[in-house]
Design a protein around this ligand. Structure first.
Ligand code: AMP
Ligand code: MG
Length: 408
């Protein structure tokens, strides 16, 4: 009788959502708690550490939304009104004399006693200087009331808000010149591989230029991180140990390469010796293998080395992880549904992130989707998502994530 040997069932690939959930939980457990105070000029790209509460009403006083004439509606019986004062933006008005109107300009404070503004296009200045109002008016017309945008004491931004031009502008409207932000994460970037050479040097046999280092260093800087650039790490255990030991005080070690199946994985070996290591097989393409571990307590994320895989896994997994370490609540990139401009040949077991563009309202994909081809991403405007098991045809909706959502 022949023994029946059953093949061990292949471990199912980890869905992208699960990998993200795990990474975010790990990030929350290691959130950066130190804060610092910075000026608005230095706050771009940083994360607000405490909620921001308005210290004043906005606007602080009722003001005119138009260039025109301010009056008390009850004073106006249809007769022309004399002009008793002129009020420019930035000047304090006198109380309105009864039975008159005030010339007023956009943003100028409404004088006490006035309750509406007629815009100058609907007013006629007579030869004697009085003003005839040509349209009917209602109370509060063209007036921006005190506190209409914000009331003193209201929360205008929550802790964990990323500060970009709009948020900094908003802080400025409320008079803040300094903000308390989370300390910048310090991230060490390692590029592993004997084949790697830095741009500017000649290529030897079998060598390629190191692209991931530049990609990640530049991207991390945009994300508000301090980068410790650890350069190229040869495929060698002793050098790997030395490199890890010399990184100093960092919040994350981010490596690329050396996580493919069957490769002598020196980073993995070094982590097993002085830390811990988990190898994840993700249902994602490009970018199936991903490492998460710790080296002497410092979290390590190992991204696959192919440049397009590095791009996709950093953008979809490591970026949100880093943002969450800083307390950012909203880490999911905006994505929207766009009709496919392609036919997908066959359902896959991994979720594909295709380097794509939108042309004439349809998603076009780059002709070569190989994970080694970074040019595909330079051509593209974002990632089109083809879910596991699906076969979108021309015109079916697919999810599109613009690079602008991921790169900042
Ligand atoms: P690995 O994960 O080390 O097996 O690398 C997978 C593929 O990505 C190989 O073809 C490597 O040569 C390439 N690769 C790894 N690291 C880099 C890098 N920093 N820049 C460009 N290509 C890389
Ligand atoms: Mg390698």
């Amino acid at each position: 009788m022949t023994a029946v040997v059953e093949a061990a069932p292949a471990r199912p690939l980890m869905p992208v959502e699960e990998a993200l959930e795990r990474l975010l939980a790990l990030a929350e457990a290691a959130s950066i708690s130190e804060t610092e105070e910075v000026t608005l000029a230095d706050a771009e790209g940083r994360v607000l550490a405490r909620e921001l509460v308005a210290g004043l009403d906005l606007p602080p006083w009722p003001n005119s939304a138009m260039d025109g004439y301010a009056l008390r509606l009850a004073d106006w019986q249809g007769e022309p009104l004399p002009v008793s004062q002129r009020i420019f933006a930035g000047h304090a008005p006198q109380p309105l004399q009864p039975g008159t109107c005030a010339r007023i300009f956009t943003g100028a404070p409404l004088p006490e006693g006035a309750d509406c503004v007629e815009m100058q296009e609907n007013a006629e200045v007579l030869e004697d200087g009085r003003v005839r109002l040509l349209e009917t008016l209602r109370i509060s017309q063209n007036v921006r009331p005190k506190g209409q945008e914000t009331r003193a004491g209201e929360q205008v931004m929550s802790a964990g808000t990323r500060l970009g031009p709009i948020q900094l502008g908003l802080a400025a409207t409320l008079g803040f010149d300094r903000l308390t932000v989370v300390r910048k994460p310090r991230v060490a970037v390692l590029s592993t591989g004997d084949e790697l050479v830095e741009p500017g040097l000649p290529l030897g046999p079998g060598q390629i230029y190191n692209s991931n280092r530049r990609l990640l260093v530049s991207w991390l800087q945009r994300l508000g991180c301090d980068v410790v650039d650890a350069g190229i790490l040869p495929d060698d255990l002793v050098r790997t140990r030395q490199c890890l030991g010399g990184l100093g005080d960092v919040d994350l070690i981010l490596s690329t390469g050396g996580v493919s199946v069957g490769e002598a994985d020196y980073l993995g070996m070094a982590l097993r010796e002085a830390g811990e290591l988990a190898l994840w097989k993700l249902a994602i393409k490009p970018g199936k293998p991903l490492t998460f571990g710790h080296y002497q307590g410092v979290p390590v994320i190992g991204l696959p080395g192919n440049p397009a895989s590095t791009l996709v896994t950093f953008g979809l997994l490591a970026r949100p992880y880093l943002l969450r370490r800083q307390g950012v609540a909203h880490v999911t990139p905006l994505q929207f549904s766009v009709p496919a401009g392609f036919d997908w040949p066959a359902p896959g077991t991994r979720r594909e992130y295709l380097r794509a563009r939108i042309e004439d309202g349809r998603v076009r994909i780059y002709k070569n989707q190989s994970s080694g081809v970074l040019r595909s991403a330079a051509w593209a405007e974002g990632l089109a998502e083809v879910r596991e098991g699906s076969t979108p045809r021309q015109g079916d909706l697919v999810s599109f994530i613009p690079f602008s959502e991921l790169l900042g």
